[in-house]
Design a protein around this ligand. Sequence first.
Ligand SMILES: [Zn+2]
Length: 74
Amino acid sequence: MDETSPLKGMKALLETIRERANYGLQQIAALEEVRSLRWRCTTCGHVKRFTRPVPKETADDCPKCKATEFVVER
Ligand SMILES: [Zn+2]
């Protein structure tokens, strides 16, 4: 009787769960990293300011040139 196979299966399952959890945590960290108080329009340089750190999506479109590409202003 092979006693190692069920353990291998369990180990593979747990490793899959760990990988997915790590991936999820990385995604959350990536989202948190791009939150900023200030976003600068890459087209005209206009800086949008916020009272709290917001993700890029919240910066929306530029009020001056209507461009939608923003980068973090530091
Ligand atoms: Zn602009």
